[in-house]
Design a protein around this ligand. Structure first.
Ligand code: GAF
Length: 386
């Protein structure tokens, strides 16, 4: 099998006719626990995964930016002076949106040189594994290097988020780009989305004989439309009505009072966020004190909360989770923004194949399309490639 880095280097040279200045890569992510808490200034516990986007970048003598990839037919070209949320569209909004967002974080787009970028990725698209954050993070790291901006990784995560919010048009939080930029091998990133303080938490899956299984339902989702923005608006409404800056300021002990103030739907949205924050803290403590085999109940409870209170699951995700749970998984939950995408299951390595067969069987029985199930490991965050 050829290395994706060789393909990217060759793809760049064939397309643009010269050798790139360098290669950069960034991983997709999966969230272990802490869903829809990031934009509420709460806690998340994602990990960077062993699927990466690799980009080759070359600097130009002029002020033109060109982006291309093996997943799109066109080369998109724009003058840096023209970059704005209104002038870039489609897939190029990810890489070019980052260039624009760097301009909002201090890069002088009237002075920096133009660039050519070529992108390849083995992060599955539409599975809720943040293929978009992987592109944003790789491009942000690369431009930060070649334009010598000196921005730190938490700021680069903000840059990626700004591109996503303003240029792509998805009102997402800071989790995905943070995981992609800050991830470490065999570890999760415990991020306080208020202070942006990150701690690396050892997962210890290997030593415990456990694997993390992704169950991609194939049900596609988009956070630029519909449900995601609606959920975010409900959380903001809940915070306003409770008189707090964000739901981070609401604790589990405040829920009784909240029930008396909020309408039923808003209350349940708030209860999800508040209890999910607590589950993240409990998961971190449990991982540190007892190890990964003890976090299963927290994963299960997180799924129930997303299914019943936040109402972002779909029947295929519920089926994947329930089938995993009844076939030996220690815990399982849908992961990511919801309305489709993937669920995760924490599984004893010995039970893996049996469980995968059971999930395929259950989907076939329900007349659902065949799911894609595969194991991921926690990988290093974005890096410059040798
Ligand atoms: C998506 C968003 F991009 C994240 O910011 C986060 O809100 C997540 O959904 C839900 O936890 O991945």
């Amino acid at each position: 099998m050829t290395d994706i880095r060789d393909d990217v280097r060759t793809g760049f040279a064939e397309l643009y006719g010269y050798e790139p200045s360098g290669l950069w890569s960034a991983p997709g992510r999966v969230n272990l626990i802490g869903e829809h808490t990031d934009y509420n200034e709460g806690f998340v516990l994602p990990l960077a995964i062993d699927r990466r986007t690799v980009i080759a970048l070359g600097l130009r003598q002029d002020r033109v930016a060109r982006v291309a990839s093996d997943f799109a037919d066109e080369v998109v070209q724009i003058d840096l002076a023209e970059l704005s949320p209104e002038t870039v569209h489609g897939w190029s909004a990810y890489p070019l949106g980052v260039a624009w967002a760097l301009g909002q974080h201090g890069a002088d787009l009237a002075a920096v040189p133009g660039f050519d970028v070529y992108i390849e990725s083995d992060v599955p698209v539409g599975a809720g594994l943040s293929s978009s954050a992987a592109i944003e993070s790789a491009v942000a790291l690369a431009l930060n290097d070649v334009w010598q901006l000196g921005l730190d990784r938490p700021t680069l995560a903000r840059v990626g988020q700004l591109a996503e919010n303003r240029v792509v048009g998805a009102p997402t939080g800071i989790m995905d780009q943070s995981a992609s930029l800050l991830g470490r091998k065999d570890s999760a990133v415990f991020l306080d989305c208020r202070s942006l303080e990150a701690q690396i938490v050892d997962l210890g899956f290997d030593a415990a004989g456990l694997v993390l299984l992704i169950m991609d339902t194939g049900v596609s989702h988009s956070h630029a439309t519909g449900g995601y923005a609606e959920r975010r608006a409900s959380c903001e409404l809940g915070a306003r009505e409770l008189g707090v800056e964000s739901l981070r300021d609401v604790g589990v002990d405040d829920l009784d009072r909240a029930r008396g103030i909020l309408d039923d739907v808003t209350f349940r949205r708030v209860r999800h966020v508040v209890t999910e924050n607590q589950r993240v803290l409990d998961t971190v403590r449990t991982l540190r004190e007892e190890g990964p085999a003890a976090i299963g109940d927290l994963l299960d409870a997180s799924h129930v909360s997303m299914r019943d209170d936040f109402e972002i699951s779909v029947p295929e995700l519920d089926l994947a989770v329930e089938t995993a749970q009844s076939n030996g998984a220690l815990g399982a939950r849908m992961t990511g923004g919801g309305f489709g995408g993937a669920a995760i299951a924490l599984v004893r390595a010995d039970d893996l194949s049996r469980l995968q067969v059971a999930i395929d069987g259950a989907f076939a029985e329900h007349g659902y399309g065949q799911p894609d199930t595969f194991v991921v490991t926690a990988a290093q965050g974005a890096s410059r490639e040798p």
